[in-house]
Design a protein around this ligand. Structure first.
Ligand code: SAM
Length: 221
């Protein structure tokens, strides 16, 4: 029998605090969300491993550190609205829902969107709204967003997402000319101007859609 609470505590110390995650609200949210509920039963013993893990549709649940890093950089306040592009398992959306007021999350794979939706309901996340569709187009009906988290890498920052950023809004997005390696970029909107900061090299699954890669490019890789 694996002791998940011990593993979660160790994840907090060795993967997050040791790598510079300091925001107590982020650390609390990472302790609160049960990652084991977002993966298949046969992977539960690896729930707090320092790595992404496979989920359906050849996608992954993000590494805990990457979710915490995005949350720390986005500095989501309690009254803020968040857009999460690439729901996957729903883990990052759940962490961000502990930090902000509402999370709007979009997933291009119908089966993943459906299972994440059921998971949110079962676990009682009633401030997360999910859409099956192309997240590179954002969710205009609910814009603007104070924070946007993009969990898949594209060749550029989608214009629709920039437009849906509120004044003072922050977006983290992996961007790169290679399909499977990117730089994590922080885009901030202030006084109608966008500024960008490079946060280092990352490896995300491809962002596929009108503002990302076309599906054929991702398959040819
Ligand atoms: N944060 C998620 C989690 O913790 O489970 C991880 C998501 S996974 C790294 C990235 C997800 O982005 C995949 O599920 C993939 O299908 C999705 N995706 C890729 N392109 C997308 C797009 N244009 N719109 C919505 N989802 C997209």
């Amino acid at each position: 029998m694996v002791d998940l609470l011990d593993q979660k505590q160790e994840m907090l110390e060795k993967q997050l605090k040791a790598r510079g995650i300091t925001n107590q609200r982020v650390l609390d949210a990472m302790m609160e969300v049960p990652r084991e509920e977002f993966i298949s039963k046969d992977l539960v013993e690896y729930a707090y491993r320092d790595a992404p893990l496979p989920i359906d549709e050849e996608q992954t649940i993000s590494q805990p550190y990457i979710v915490a890093l995005a949350a720390e950089i986005l500095d989501i306040r309690e009254d803020e609205k968040v857009l999460d592009v690439g729901t996957g398992s729903g883990y990052a959306a759940a962490v961000m829902s502990e930090l902000g007021k509402e999370v709007y999350t979009i997933e291009r794979h119908k089966s993943l969107a459906e299972s994440a939706s059921k998971r949110f309901e079962r676990l009682g996340y009633d401030n997360i709204y999910i859409l099956h569709g192309d997240g590179t187009e954002g969710w205009p009906e609910h814009a603007p967003f104070d924070a946007i988290n993009v969990a898949a890498g594209g060749p550029r920052i989608p214009e629709d997402l920039k437009e849906q950023l509120a004044p003072g809004g922050r977006m983290v997005i992996p961007v790169g000319s290679q399909i499977r390696t990117q730089r994590l970029v922080l885009t901030t909107r202030n006084n109608g101007q966008f500024s960008e900061r490079d946060l280092g090299r990352v490896q995300f699954v491809p962002l596929i859609g009108t503002g990302g890669w076309v599906n054929r490019e991702a398959k040819e890789e």
